[in-house]
Design a protein around this ligand. Structure first.
Ligand code: NI
Length: 199
């Protein structure tokens, strides 16, 4: 993740959108079990991707579990591995309660993050984190549903490009609906506490 002006602007806009949805979500939850929605804005929804074992993976595959959803890419030099490490520590802190929780790492760099690449990366953090990739169209669609910004960072060396991307950890409910998001930089303890409050 690179903090370019575009990224900062996208993140600021995102914070406003999520804040609005979160407030509206409190009154809307009873009416809209699948996706918390203000009418114009919703977070999450049905998707079909490919997991790090090369199997088709849909939102229905984790029905009944809470999911911690994060978008990133395996070649991210800093923020993504730090976040995955933090989520892994939170899952460990949850102990047996972690059985009701699934981590999802959705690649915003499907060009390089094949299932094989994800398989060599994601499970090293935690066995309960699944790496997901897909076609460029599938990734664009799921990122849009989660209001995640991503773009190739412009460099001269196109083989070594970085990705700009939002760094937001979502907690989604057992029905796939948005519950809350966890700010960048949250400790494993804070994540575990937020998850436990929703179990
Ligand atoms: Ni990153």
């Amino acid at each position: 993740m690179i903090k370019s002006p575009v990224w900062i602007a996208a993140t600021a806009l995102f914070a406003v959108v999520v804040g609005t949805v979160a407030v509206l979500g409190l009154t809307k939850r009873g009416e809209s079990p699948r996706v918390v929605s203000s009418g114009a804005v919703s977070i999450g929804g049905p998707f079909t991707l490919t997991d790090h074992n090369g199997q088709t993976f849909t939102d229905a595959d984790f029905a009944g579990k809470l999911t911690l959803v994060y978008f990133g890419y395996t070649l991210c030099p800093d923020v993504c591995p730090t976040t995955l490490q933090t989520v892994a520590q939170a899952l460990d802190l949850l102990g047996e309660d972690a059985n009701g929780v699934q981590g999802l790492f959705i690649s915003v760099d499907p060009e390089r993050d094949t299932p094989e690449v994800l398989a060599d990366y994601v499970p090293h953090f935690h066995e309960q984190i699944t790496g997901l990739t897909g076609t460029a169209e599938q990734i664009a669609e799921v990122a849009k549903m989660y209001r995640v910004y991503f773009a190739k960072s412009e460099t001269d060396d196109t083989s070594e490009y970085l990705m700009d991307h939002s760094s937001i950890l979502y907690l989604m409910g057992p029905d796939g609906g948005y519950l809350t998001h966890i700010a960048h930089g949250a400790t494993p303890e804070a994540i575990a506490e937020t998850v436990r409050g929703q179990l």
